[in-house]
Structures are given as C-alpha cells and as structure tokens.
Design a protein. Structure first.
Ligand code: PMP
Length: 459
C-alpha cells in the first residue's frame, strides 16, 4: 500500500532532481535510475519506499538509528518540550533544566574522569569543537606551536573545514583545498590488509608505533593531539588489534599529546559496549558524540571534556565557541528518552549478541568473494575480494560492492557500499534473530548473483 499514485511519484522524482542537491550522492547514478530512491515511512528495522516496497535498513540510516523506527515515546517528549519551551539560548550564562539533566547524564555515562559536556548539533561540529579545545589547551599553557593534530588514513570525522582536514577518504578533499593547516595522517590499523605485511598476534603493533614516529618527525612541542574513531566507520568498520589503544595512550602520555576519541558512531551502544573505548579500557582526554545520542530522531552532538582540559578553560574564564542550537531543549528531551530506551531494553547487550550471530552467519555463507567479515557489535562490514587466498581486491573500476547493493535493493535490503568494496552492516540495535536470518539470506543471494556476474566472466 502506498499513499502515492505513479504520476505523483514520477513528479516527486523530477522535483527532487530539479530542486534538491543531495549530500555525497552520485548525480549521474541518480539520473540513470530516473531519480532518487524515496523512503516515506519506517517501522522497527524496516523502511518503506513511496512505491510501497519494504527494505531492511542495513545501515541504521547513517549508523545512527539505535532504537529503531517509529518510537512514539520520542515523538511525545519532543512535542511536550516544543510546547513548553522549544528553545532558549545557553550562551551568555543561560541554561535550562533539560540541558543540565542531559549534561549530567552524559558526564556520568562516558568513560572519562569528571568530564564537562559541550553540546553541538552533529558530528562535524563535535569534531571542530574537539580540535579547537585541543589547540586552546596548549595555547593557554603558553605553547601556541603545539597545534598539530594527527589523524589516520581512512578516517571520517565530518566535512566542516576542521573535521574535513582530519578526514582522509578518497574524494572528500577534491576541490576544497586549502584545508586547515597542521593536520597530519598516519596509516590506520587493519590487520587483514596490514601495510607492514604482518599477521595479527605476531607483530609489534607497528600501526601504533607509527604515531610515535610521526610525533618525533613533527617534534613533540608541535603536536597537540591524536584523534581516532575507536572503530573506523565510513572507512570500512575496521577494528584495530588488541592492545592498539593501550599503546596509543602510552605514546600520547609519553609525548604530552592529547588523545581524542571520535565516538560519533561507536557511542551509545553500537559496538556492543556503551562506548567504543570501553573495549580497550582506555580513557580519552576529549570525546566526540552524535548520531546514537538521539538515535537520529533529532540532530544533536556532544563533546566530553576531561578535567585536565576543562581546568585550563575554567581558569581562562570563557570558551569563545558555540552553536545557536547547542543544548537545544527539544534535542535534550529526545536524547534523554532515547538513552532511557537503550538502557531499559538492554540494547547494548543485544548489539553484542546479534553482532556475533550476524558475523557468524555471514561467514557460514562461505562465498568465494567474501574475504573478511569484520566488526564489533552491530558495526560491521563484509569485505569483498577477488581472491581470498592472496587477499587481492577486485579492480575498483568494476564496483562489485556497488553492484551487490543494487541487487540487494531488489531483494529488499537498503545496503550501502563502503569504499574499497566493503558492505556496511549496522542495523538498528533492536534487531532480532529472525531479522538477522532474513538479512543474511538476502545478502547471501545478492552477493552470489554479483559473484556470478563478476567471477563468471573472467576479468
Ligand atoms: N565522525 C564520525 C566518526 C562520523 O561517522 C561522522 C558521520 N558519519 C561524523 C564525525 C560527522 O558527523 P555529521 O555528519 O553529523 O557532521
């Protein structure tokens, strides 16, 4: 059932192409499909298109929908707060009860000692805030040259200029240079494609040692911070090896460099623990959050600031930075209720369990082009390769992951290809065993068909 006639859908697609510039979408692809895929409704882990077709949302939107679609509780608290006080500023010494409650709630949840919380409207703003805090921290100590920020290849930290300068994925910098100065990148850890040619468990964590080398190259008096997604998200759901962040923390402490964790995706349960860094037991000096903080029901982000960093700001007396929508009352109301649902329904434990099941069922498919099935909790990717023995990738121009996604759409999955032939599997944290079985069956059939097309015809 759909509320739209074919003519209306046709017109909507035309209007979309005429008026709407989409973020990070191939306009050529959209033209070749005759317009975008239009989603009009969601329920649980599924969404419905205007044509009335149902899809499992394999990506939880953009890694954000932890509690699933159709939560009327969230709509109700938003309505109530809009009617009571839809907005007041938190600049100039003003506050409101829900901002205070939300700051306290987040401060007590995150793995940091005695943190302060700053609010934003999303991940890019949280990243810019974190980088400004890191630079200001050293500036206030009379070390304005200690301003380099080291990030990693395959990082995604957002697209505002500061965040973009930390991001390092193909295409994102093209046409936008010059970037913000003094951002540097080291190789990201990925055991399956280890750049040092080592095997997991028999290496010296060269990927972590790369940070020490970079700090020595730049000079420790020039480095403000190292920033990392606990598990790389958009770059491919890549989990670093055991011991990686413990070693990173040691190196940061040795050279007096702040450690910043971008928990925009990993925060609020996605990896099977409430925060990603809990897998390594390492506390960051600054932490970015967004997405799962409201499950995306309303835009919101936050930054956790350790006592070490806050003390300097406090003594200085002001943080000259803020967004109109910082601590928006409606966002705070939704976030508090969203976190209550995550806790009440044990969604973090479900993410852990269902993630294990998902990975094991995909491995059981035993398909010749599935190289690596990786992830933590419900933050996962399937790596397609041409040859699993040699871990040789397909010619990227062929776009096998994109082809799988197109077939998966026909099979009822909204499935996104990640760069380098990964497939994103990060459904809402409410997913059940039956849903996972259905998802893996549809995924398997989609990969098999693409595999026949690609491996059946020698390249
Ligand atoms: N950091 C990470 C780890 C992200 O995954 C994202 C978004 N995918 C961002 C930052 C940027 O967030 P936003 O799009 O809300 O600005």
């Amino acid at each position: 059932m759909t509320a739209y006639t074919e003519t209306q859908i046709e017109q909507m697609k035309k209007d979309d192409m005429r008026y709407f510039l989409h973020p990070t979408s191939s306009i050529f692809d959209m033209e070749s499909w005759g317009g975008p895929k239009i989603i009009e409704e969601g329920n649980g882990i599924r969404v419905k298109s205007v044509e009335g077709e149902i899809y499992i949302d394999c990506g939880a939107g953009l890694w954000l929908n932890n509690v699933g679609y159709g939560r009327t509780e969230l709509a109700e608290v938003a309505k109530k707060q809009m009617e009571k006080l839809f907005y007041f500023q938190t600049f100039n010494g003003y506050s409101h009860p829900l901002a205070i409650e939300m700051a306290k709630k987040v401060a007590e949840m995150i793995p940091m000692d005695n943190p302060r919380i700053f609010f934003t409207s999303g991940g890019s703003e949280s990243n810019d805030t974190a980088f400004k805090l890191a630079r200001m921290y050293w500036y206030l100590q009379g070390k304005p040259n200690k301003n380099h920020i080291i990030a990693r290849t395959k990082a995604y930290h957002g697209v505002s200029y500061g965040a973009l300068s930390a991001t390092s994925l193909p295409g994102f910098w093209d046409g936008f240079r010059p970037l913000v100065p003094a951002f540097q990148h080291i190789e990201h850890p990925h055991c399956y494609f280890c750049p040092w040619g080592k095997e997991q468990g028999s290496c010296n964590l060269e990927c972590a040692e790369a940070l020490e080398e970079k700090i020595l190259e730049l000079g420790q008096d020039n480095v403000a911070a190292f920033t990392a997604e606990p598990v790389i998200g958009t770059g491919g759901a890549i989990v670093p090896p055991k011991g990686y962040y413990q070693r990173i923390r040691e190196i940061c402490d040795k050279y007096d460099v702040l450690f910043i964790a971008d928990e925009v995706i990993t925060g609020f349960g996605r990896t099977g623990k409430m925060f990603g860094m809990l897998h390594w037991g390492v506390k960051p000096d600054i932490m970015m959050m967004a997405k799962g903080i409201t499950s995306g029901y309303i835009p919101m982000g936050a930054v956790g600031i350790s006592e070490r960093v806050f003390t300097l700001i406090r003594n200085h007396g002001i943080f000259m930075h803020g967004y109109t929508y910082s601590a928006h009352p409606v966002a705070c109301a939704v976030a508090l209720k969203n976190i209550e649902i995550i806790e009440r329904e044990n969604l973090v434990a479900n993410a852990h369990e269902k993630g294990k099941l998902l990975r094991s069922l995909i491995r059981d498919l035993d398909l010749p082009c599935i190289g690596e099935v990786r992830g933590l909790g419900l933050m996962n990717a399937v790596q397609l390769v041409q040859d699993t023995e040699t871990r040789t990738m397909f010619n990227s121009a062929l776009g096998i992951a994109k082809r799988v996604s197109a077939i998966a759409w026909e099979n009822g999955l909204a499935l996104r290809p990640l760069i380098d032939d990964g497939l994103q599997l990060s459904p809402p944290l409410i997913i059940t065993e039956a849903d996972i079985i259905e998802l893996v069956d549809k995924l398997g059939r989609s990969i098999e068909q693409a595999q026949r097309e690609f491996l059946g015809n020698p390249l």
